[in-house]
Design a protein around this ligand. Structure first.
Ligand code: BG6
Length: 488
């Protein structure tokens, strides 16, 4: 019989999610090497609203950015100075009642160029301190091994994940983390949003588009194959070194509705869905799905596999699916469009949904649909590791931020999570994106804020960096305290 009262499980994980390159700062301290993300300039609104906006970097820009007289401001280099303020920030997370905190490790902090034979001890020691601080408050770390950054030297030498050499270099990095933190970290994610490689080669794979040796799509899928193998090998050695660990994959879930009931639009939507589910197909089921074969053949894509790759993928599947969810998309057949970016770059707007200030459709019901669809298909635990509203916040004179719009957004999404749990979905945790304001991934803006904690810093990096509790801080605290029962 249906248990109507079924709410969040007792051991449900509540917290927030971040990425090293968007909050740590200290980009050149204690032996850290340059990262691909250190080269992401601030993009003003006028530019990001342009039709051809891309946050990829090409080799000409890279040369300019590395020049001694470069005047460009790179916000991710200073982040919000979590590197020096992690104790204060973690204390605030603890005050809200977090029992999980998602963070990533900056690869060039551990291996500055990616190719050293020994890791940088100062880098490892920093994360030891962060994990110890989390432990003090019984906050479980959820670690993303690679979140949209890598040593810049690997881009310069190998053109990033286009080269197979990256697999061994990543494994050396991952194994170093497993050996060092095996007693401190139980939950791991191998890569952030692997599917974003198709949209952004540089951010997803450290690849400079003007340096690729093939078509853009060929390079993206080949690089993805390298990441699949690297991820599976990390799962294998992670399991050997840490039998109790839980290791997951992660996608940006692009829940897509057919724009009309015209069969061609429905078929197009199915195709786009398959392209998004390609990633968990390989990482959960352990093999390339049938539909990719035809797609590759018709688009002149040839995946170069080494003997043994298929067995590696088959034998080392993940324990859970982590995903980000911000919005839903519309699928519409367009015979003139050969671009595979599909719904992600589509300009179609769903008339039933309101938009955020950044034009992202707000769709709480879509989250319930996403949860059901993923669980229905894979039957493995799900973890929502990103969700939230990027908005302009105003700091009042009394130090308060009245972000009722954020509370409203999160409230509605959490209510749908609860519905999905009642539907029978095995949802194990929820980490909202950017629980403290951090630098935006796509545009390096500071003014696109997701946090419960306001950070006094503007888009030009000016401000005291003082932290303030927003109204949503007190609200989320109550949600966690009541294990999701009180959403008002
Ligand atoms: C996700 C990324 O896709 O979206 C995060 O994993 C990112 O790194 C988040 O910050 C929100 O995007 P943005 O551009 O608003 O920061």
């Amino acid at each position: 019989m249906l248990n109507k009262a079924k709410g969040f499980p007792e051991n449900f994980m509540w917290g927030g999610a971040t990425a090293a390159n968007q909050l740590e700062g200290a980009y050149n301290l204690d032996g850290k090497g340059l990262s691909t993300s250190d080269m992401a300039p601030f993009v003003p609104k006028e530019e990001r609203d342009g039709a051809d906006f891309t946050f990829d970097v090409d080799s000409k820009q890279l040369e300019e950015y590395l020049g001694e007289d470069c005047q460009v401001y790179f916000p991710k280099r200073q982040g919000i100075d979590f590197y020096h303020r992690y104790k204060e920030d973690i204390a605030l997370f603890a005050e809200m009642g977090f029992n999980v905190f998602r963070l990533s490790i900056a690869w060039p902090r551990i291996f500055p160029t990616g190719e050293e034979s020994e890791p940088n001890e100062a880098g490892l020691a920093f994360y030891d301190k962060v994990f110890d601080e989390l432990r003090k408050y019984n906050i479980e770390p959820l670690v993303t091994i690679s979140h949209y950054e890598m040593p810049l030297a690997l881009t310069e030498k190998y053109n990033g994940w286009e080269s197979r050499e990256l697999i061994d270099l990543y494994l050396k990095f991952a194994n170093t983390l497993f050996d060092r933190y095996k007693d401190k970290v139980k939950y791991w994610i191998t890569f952030n949003e692997m599917n974003m490689m198709l949209t952004s080669l540089y951010t997803g794979g450290g690849i400079l588009e003007d340096k690729i040796k093939s078509s853009k799509e060929q390079a993206a899928y080949q690089a993805t194959h390298h990441q699949f193998v690297a991820s599976a090998l990390a799962v294998k050695s992670g399991r050997e070194k840490m039998p109790n660990a839980k290791i997951g994959c992660m996608i940006c879930r692009l829940e897509t509705y057919a724009a009309t009931c015209k069969p061609e639009d429905v078929l197009q939507t199915l195709r786009e869905d398959q392209m998004n589910l390609f990633y968990p197909e390989v990482q959960v089921r352990g093999e390339y799905p049938f539909y990719m074969e035809r797609y590759f053949a018709e688009n002149d894509i040839v995946i170069h596999k080494e003997p043994g790759d298929d067995a590696i993928l088959k034998n080392n599947t993940v324990d859970f699916i982590a995903f980000s969810y911000y919005m839903t998309y519309l699928g519409k057949y367009d015979p003139t469009n050969k671009d595979n970016s599909g719904c992600l770059v589509s300009q179609l707007k769903n008339p039933h949904l309101e938009l955020s200030e950044w034009g992202w459709p707000i769709d709480p019901t879509g989250l319930r649909i996403a949860l059901n669809r993923l669980y229905d298909r894979y039957h493995v635990p799900l973890f929502i590791v990103e969700n939230g509203l990027g908005a302009i916040d105003v700091l009042e004179e009394d130090g308060r931020v009245h972000d009722d719009y954020r509370i409203d957004y999160l409230q509605k999404h959490i209510a749908q999570m609860k519905e999905a749990i009642q539907d029978g979905v095995d949802l194990i945790g929820y980490t909202t994106w950017g629980p403290i304001d951090i630098i935006s991934c796509s545009t390096s803006e500071m003014s696109k804020r997701y946090g419960f904690i306001y950070v006094d810093q503007d888009d030009e990096g000016k401000g005291s960096l003082t932290r303030y509790r927003k109204d949503s801080f007190y609200w989320y605290k109550k949600v966690i305290e009541s294990n999701g029962e009180i959403l008002e």
